[in-house]
Design a protein around this ligand. Structure first.
Ligand SMILES: [Zn+2]
Length: 351
């Protein structure tokens, strides 16, 4: 039933030399054009959808093509999932080929899938964003199920791998339906779905810490574990039993709209300053009543240049910032989970 196939990374060669044997061992074990495991009476059926492929490269940075790492992670996640009892896994592609967008949810419909997971990596125009996020349908029970899975995955990614959580999000098109085609189609077929953006390949922090064969493998493991937790599966092989796992409660909205407005406010106030050490201690406060705050950055020159984004969950915090000169001012920008920002007042920490 299983086909064996080598997957060739087109990431930079030297990047993979140190761990090629380990990775190859994993990838050679199972490739999943056909169901990889179906041993229980009524198995859970999931579809893993490695985004892009062929001419569609997805995000690209530093010799890394998103389509390749999407495929690697999906294959490895499929391999780990196949170690659980009572699950059948399909992949929408097992090669570097272009699969039309509409064919991907169609496969999920054809195999009567219980959930569709699109596997992606992210990039931003500014290269400043970092972290993982999960996009889900905005509608009813599809939102609820997407949110409940996202909650498991994002907390596993954060607690096990340290990847910053940018949260669970929805996006609508101009017609007021789900923006992303795979999600919109899955919802129309009655199948819960999500798009997993594992991290940002174009950000220095995420790239240095997570874009390596070892961590990609661990991400795939967390994808698989999270799917297994969601469905309450067990694996004798892996020694894992999630049969008692309970999903977090989540209301079922008619439509969970994305946040299209910036944070309500951002404020900075002086606490103390050390002119000789060139540091200023300040209170930062920001609130977004529609979504949540995810980062702040600061400017020492009234917004001409800004620091890198610093993790920040909103509310009052006290931070000590390095100054360059005694005449520096401090201004804060608070970002919400939809990357909209509000700029604060400006203070003169060493008047
Ligand atoms: Zn993508």
């Amino acid at each position: 039933m299983q086909t064996i196939q080598m997957i060739v990374f087109s990431m930079k060669r030297h990047f993979f030399q140190s761990v090629s044997i380990m990775l190859c061992a994993i990838l050679c074990m199972s490739v999943l054009a056909t169901p990889i495991c179906a041993d229980a009476k009524e198995p859970v059926v999931v579809v893993l959808d490695p985004g892009h492929g062929g001419e569609s490269e997805g995000a690209a940075y530093n010799g890394i093509f998103e389509k390749d790492i999407n495929l690697s992670v999906a294959l490895m996640a499929g391999y780990y999932l196949s170690q659980f009892e009572g699950i059948t896994v399909y992949l929408t592609r097992t090669d570097d080929v272009e699969v039309p967008l509409e064919d991907r949810p169609k496969l999920a419909l054809d195999v009567n899938a219980d959930f569709f997971y699109s596997i992606h990596f992210n990039a931003s125009d500014s290269h400043a964003l970092y972290g993982s996020e999960v996009w889900v349908s905005a509608f009813g029970e599809y939102y609820t199920e997407g949110y409940q899975f996202a909650n498991i995955l994002l907390s596993n990614m954060s607690s096990q791998l340290g990847i910053y959580s940018r949260g669970c999000k929805t996006r609508l098109n101009s017609k007021g339906t789900d923006y992303y085609g795979v999600i919109r189609l899955c919802t129309s077929y009655g199948i819960p779905s999500c798009i997993i953006e594992h991290c940002h390949i174009d950000n220095g922090y995420d790239y240095d810490n997570y874009i390596s064969p070892e961590i990609l493998q661990q991400m795939a493991y967390q994808d698989a574990i999270s799917i297994a937790m969601y469905f309450g599966l067990s694996s004798k092989t892996l020694g894992l039993d999630f049969s008692d796992y309970e999903r977090v409660p989540c209301e079922t909205p008619v439509r969970h709209d994305p946040d299209t407005t910036p944070p309500d406010y951002a404020i900075v106030a002086p606490v103390s300053a050390d002119a000789s050490a060139k540091t200023a201690t300040v209170v930062i406060n920001a609130l977004d009543s529609n979504s949540s705050i995810k980062y702040f950055s600061y400017s020492l020159n009234q917004g001409k240049t800004w620091s890198a984004l610093i993790p920040y969950g909103g509310g009052p915090i006290i931070v000590t910032l390095p100054l360059q000169r005694a005449s520096d001012t401090i201004t804060i920008a608070a970002y919400n989970q939809y990357d909209r920002y509000t700029i604060s007042n400006t203070i003169d920490p060493i008047p």
